[in-house]
Structures are given as structure tokens and as C-alpha cells.
Write a protein that binds this ligand. Structure first.
Ligand SMILES: [Zn+2]
Length: 456
């Protein structure tokens, strides 16, 4: 088999950043060597000062297919991913129809994904009010873990769970050994806050912010930690926005509980003080909070209390964002972040003295571990898939619609100048994105544990 070498002055391996070459044989990394160790007759591409990173892994993507491909789908979502340096997505179980809460729905998703994906993918299964008996079958059928909501998720075809329903599900979840990802906001605090907003002006960002107070997140996290102590399952809190949640997670971890937490690029970049009234493109749930809160989230990343970053890529058609009306109550809560996540994070991280190794830990290594695909994804090491990203960390660019490759080119980042350009993305040895183009046919596959075991 032909050997290929990708060479850079800034190769990001688990040892840190160093000059070197990745030797690729077929779909896998054969070795990481120095420039003078490249065997003769190797097909070599030298990327100079552009860094080579492992393909990013997004453990929180809403692809919405089958059933809502007009919001986003495998074709456009995985194109946005490839353009953003992602080579692996884990799809959330809701917003597709059917929701991934039964094995038949997982099979329908597999069918819908066929021949459409530019990057590899896998699925989370849903835990809803009435599918406790489906949890273990879903695990056997190949989901990487489960997701549930403690509050209404914005669509009616995925039911939230209350504590009683969650308690019925948790023994099943614990038996699978897979993580349970939880949207941690409790309705009581939101209902209380909203009842005080009668007659408020919903074009003001502040009204929306006050309707989803930190206490909704904090009360949910406290409850989840109690349940984690009792049922001993891997609890993963998704999209933490309230920075006081960091301390709760830190003490649970110190106690030895299997708790992890993610936050999202938008919480690390946007801030309530800078969101214009009516700017519903910035609406997400939980909401983007204050500048001070944002800095505390960065602190949580710095100390390792927040382990990973995920996009919560959650697109909708333009009419659902109520852009004209500027109505924060009616607008869909979701930000499509796949194409811009790395530049957004790098712009903020580099400004605060973090390195590319830090970014890789948050956006590749840790999410691959959460999704149980770290035997093949997330690091540049021999035997792993040759999923690689060529990234120019010094270049700057302005976000335009042409750079957004999701189904609808909507983004709160449009017009902003960001740092770090994704030049190319390689999936299992072949380029899937180069300088704005998507070469070849879609080759993305579902990540299956069996494949990893067979091939390693
Ligand atoms: Zn989400």
C-alpha cells in the first residue's frame, strides 16, 4: 500500500506540538516520525507552518434527519463539519422524526445517513418518559450513550423526564456502562422566573436571559449529582452556561463520582452585554450569560473542571429564528456552530494564553473518550484513523455566508473577524475538505465498536 506523509513544523501529538510527519497507510496512521525518518518514495505533502491537528470530534450535534432535513441533514451537516475540521459527529436523538428512542428509529437513521456523510458519525439514544425498556436494546444496537432533557426540549416529539421517570431509567443506563448526557435545567426555576415577566418586552435580550436563570441549571445539576451518587452511572452535563455549575461538578468529581461536563464555543465567545436587542441568532438554551460568567467558564476549562467543548450545532430554518421580528420568546433556541467552532475557540483561547494542545484536548481527545471512540479517533497516534486537520493558527478571516456550510447560512458570528483558518480536513487518509471545496464522494461511516475491535 502506498505510504503518504503529511509534514508540518507544528504537528499536534499527545506529546505536544513539534515538527514532524504523520505517515499514513490506507485509512490509518502508521507512524509519527521526524522529517528525516520519512521512508524513501513516500508521497509527501509539506504544510510548512500550518499546524496538523487530529480531526475534531463533536459529541453534540443535531443533524435532524430523518424527518427534519429542511432544518439540517446528513449532507449539509457533515459538509459543515468537514469545513470546520471535524471528522466525527455524534448525533443527538431529538429533532429527527422518529426520535432515536427505539432500535427501529436508530435503524431508520442509519438508512437516512447512507451515502450522504462527509465525515464519520455515531448516534446517542434518547431517554424519554416511557422508553425505559428500550435503553439496553439501544445500547446493544450501537448507540454511544444516552441523552435526556429535564425541561421541555423545544419540540413535542421528544418527551422530557421528571425525577420519577429518570429514576426508572437509571438502573438500565447504569447497566449499559454508557454515559447519560443531560440537558440540565429544571422547569421550576424557569417557570418562577417567567411568571415575573408578564408584559415584558421579548425583543430585549435581557428578558430572555432573566427567563432562564442560573438557578435552573444549578438546581438540575444538584439533583443529577444526587442521582449519580445513588445509581453510579456516568453523568455528563451538556452545554453548561451557568459558571457556578463548575464548582458543583468539581466537588462531585473530588468525591469520586463519574461526572463530566461540557460547555460550547458560543458561551466562551459571546456575552449578554454584547448581544443586541432583537438579535435572535444568539438565542440558545441555556442562554449566553454575562462577560463575568464567560471568564469563569474559561477558568473552569483552565483548571480541568470542564473537560470538553461541543458545538450543540442546532440549526433551524430562517423563519424559525424570527429574525425579522426579533422575538426572543418565539425564536428557535439553537446555534449552528460546526463550521466556525474551531476559529471561535482559537480566537478566544489564544488571546488567553492557551495552546493548540489545550484546544485539541477539549475538542478532540475528551469528546472522543465520551463517545467511546477514542480507540480510533481524537489523537495523532499509530493505529488511529488518519483523521487530520491542516490549520493555519495565525491567519485571520471575516465570517461570511460562503464559509458556513450548514443547511441555512445563519450564524451569530457573521461579519466577525476570527483567528485560525481550516485549510484541509482528511478523513481516514483522504481529503474531504480543501480550501473551500469538498472533493470526492461522501465516505463517512457510522463508528461501530465492532469495527474498532476487529481492526485494532
Ligand atoms: Zn443540543
Amino acid at each position: 500500500m502506498t505510504l503518504h506523509a503529511l509534514v508540518s513544523e507544528r504537528l499536534l501529538t499527545p506529546k505536544g506540538e513539534q515538527p514532524g510527519a504523520v505517515l499514513v497507510e490506507g485509512e490509518r496512521i502508521r507512524a509519527v516520525v521526524s522529517r528525516d525518518e520519512i521512508p524513501q518514495d513516500t508521497d509527501t505533502r509539506d504544510f510548512g507552518n500550518a499546524a496538523i491537528l487530529p480531526g475534531l470530534v463533536d459529541s453534540h450535534t443535531h443533524l435532524n434527519e430523518p424527518g427534519r432535513a429542511e432544518w439540517e441533514g446528513f449532507v449539509s451537516g457533515t459538509r459543515a463539519a468537514a469545513a470546520g475540521g471535524y471528522t466525527m459527529l455524534v448525533d443527538m436523538p431529538l429533532n429527527s422524526v422518529p426520535a432515536t428512542t427505539r432500535v427501529a428509529a436508530l435503524e431508520a437513521k442509519r438508512e437516512a445517513a447512507r451515502h450522504k456523510c462527509r465525515v464519520d458519525w455515531a448516534a446517542w439514544g434518547g431517554v424519554v418518559s416511557d422508553n425505559q425498556q428500550d435503553i439496553e436494546p439501544l445500547a446493544r444496537a450501537g448507540v454511544r450513550g444516552f441523552k435526556c432533557f429535564l425541561i421541555h426540549p423545544g419540540t413535542d416529539d421528544f418527551t422530557m423526564v421528571n425525577e420519577r421517570e429518570l429514576r426508572r431509567a437509571l438502573p438500565h443506563v447504569a447497566r449499559t456502562g454508557l454515559p447519560l448526557l443531560v440537558h440540565a435545567e429544571l422547569p421550576a426555576a424557569v417557570d418562577r422566573a417567567t411568571s415575573r415577566l408578564v408584559g415584558a418586552n421579548w425583543n430585549l435580550y435581557d428578558t430572555y436571559l432573566r427567563s432562564r436563570p442560573e438557578e435552573a441549571e444549578l438546581s438540575a445539576i444538584r439533583l443529577l449529582i444526587v442521582l449519580c451518587r445513588e445509581y453510579r452511572f456516568h453523568l455528563h452535563i451538556v452545554h453548561l452556561s451557568a459558571s457556578d455549575g463548575v464548582a458543583l461538578v468539581r466537588s462531585a468529581r473530588a468525591e469520586g463520582l463519574p461526572v463530566t461536563v461540557e460547555t460550547c464555543p458560543h458561551y466562551l465567545h459571546l456575552a449578554a452585554e454584547n448581544i443586541r436587542n432583537g438579535a435572535t441568532l444568539a438565542k440558545c438554551a441555556p442562554p449566553v450569560r454575562s462577560l463575568e460568567n464567560r471568564e469563569k467558564l474559561w477558568q473552569g476549562l483552565a483548571e480541568g473542571s470542564i473537560q470538553l467543548l461541543a458545538t450543540d450545532h442546532s440549526p433551524s430554518p430562517p423563519e424559525m429564528k424570527k429574525i425579522e421580528e426579533g422575538d426572543f420568546r418565539q425564536a428557535w433556541g439553537g446555534i449552528a456552530g460546526l463550521s466556525m467552532a474551531l476559529p471561535v475557540v482559537w480566537t478566544e483561547a489564544s488571546r488567553r494564553g492557551f495552546t493548540l494542545s489545550d484546544v485539541i484536548r477539549w475538542m478532540a481527545v475528551a469528546p472522543a473518550r465520551l463517545a467511546g471512540c477514542d480507540s480510533r479517533k481524537g489523537r495523532i497516534v499509530p493505529g488511529h484513523d488518519a483523521d487530520l486537520v491542516v490549520f493555519d493558527p495565525e491567519a485571520e478571516f471575516v465570517v461570511t455566508k460562503e464559509r458556513l456550510h450548514q443547511r441555512h447560512a445563519l450564524s451569530p458570528y457573521l461579519g466577525e473577524k476570527l483567528r485560525g483558518v481550516i485549510k484541509a480536513t482528511y478523513l481516514r487518509g483522504q481529503p474531504v475538505f480543501i480550501d473551500g471545496a469538498f472533493p470526492g464522494e461522501p465516505r463517512g461511516k457510522e463508528f461501530r465498536q465492532q469495527d474498532a475491535e476487529l481492526n485494532s
